[in-house]
Design a protein around this ligand. Structure first.
Ligand code: CIR
Length: 252
């Protein structure tokens, strides 16, 4: 069970963050409202939520998940692939130092937390436009030192690994069709999202609840078979900035 979540409020300039989305421009009041609902949901399932202030120089900084990888034993401060986001990792370090031993990814390695999927004691590390092989190997080495195992794999569709695959508890992964073909996931039960619902692959399993983006009925129907409570949240504004439910918090 997780006891804490770290989030950061979106700032008024959040729509200046990096995006490839062609959805219409994001609205500050809507994202504040949606972020607040996210925080309340995490509290409602037993998490103490640490809410950080926006970092004015870093419009994407509310996507806190990219700045660190938190395991039960160690927190790894990343070196984000987007140079303009590097300061976010530096800013999260003192917060995590209150809870975990801290280690940092070093240049020339790059790593975004969104590319790291924790499945029990095993980690999948996506090599993407943001995470390079050097960064993945540095993280893998740190994980091994703490008794964990890891597997690298290429991210061919979507921004990050967790844009397309997430752990749903037990032995089950929720993933896009592209990822379901990867041999690395052969030993897991798979729930494959419909082509029209790929965004729903970014569903967050936390404290035996599933928090999923609103409006993906086929995925919801398939997830219901797991027997876990499902909470749907509107995340339209984070989606416009290429982010989603997992990216909005660090769970520890
Ligand atoms: C970016 O492009 O870096 C941000 N606008 C979105 C980051 C989303 N984070 C995530 O998927 N873990």
């Amino acid at each position: 069970m997780f006891t804490h979540a770290i989030v950061r409020k979106p700032g008024p300039n959040f729509a200046e963050g990096i995006t490839t989305s062609d959805l219409k421009s994001a609205n500050f009041f809507s994202i504040l409202h949606q972020h607040q609902a996210y925080v309340e949901t995490l509290k409602s399932i037993g998490l103490e939520v640490i809410i950080l202030d926006p970092l004015p120089d870093y419009p994407d900084s509310y996507f806190v998940e990219d700045a660190a990888v938190v395991t039960p034993k160690v927190a790894v401060i990343t070196r984000p692939g987007a140079e303009t986001r590097r300061g976010e990792a530096i800013a999260i370090a003192p917060v995590l130092a209150e809870y975990r031993e801290i280690v940092s990814i070093q240049a020339p390695g790059t790593l975004d937390g969104g590319d790291v999927l924790m499945v029990g004691r095993h980690f999948f590390i996506g090599i993407s436009d943001r995470t390079n092989t050097e960064g993945a190997e540095q993280l893998g080495f740190i994980l091994e030192q703490h008794g964990y195992t890891w597997t690298p794999l290429p991210v061919s569709g979507g921004l990050h690994l967790k844009s397309g695959v997430n752990f749903m508890g037990g032995n089950t992964l929720l993933l896009t069709q592209v990822f379901s073909a990867r041999y690395e996931f052969n030993s897991y039960e798979m729930i494959v999202v419909d082509e029209a619902e790929t965004y729903a692959a970014n569903t967050l399993w936390v404290n035996d609840h599933l928090i999923m983006p609103a409006g993906f009925p086929k995925t919801r129907h398939n997830l219901e078979n797991l027997g876990l409570p499902i909470i749907e949240l509107e995340v339209s504004e984070a989606r416009k900035m290429d982010g989603g439910l997992t990216c909005l918090s660090l769970r520890l």
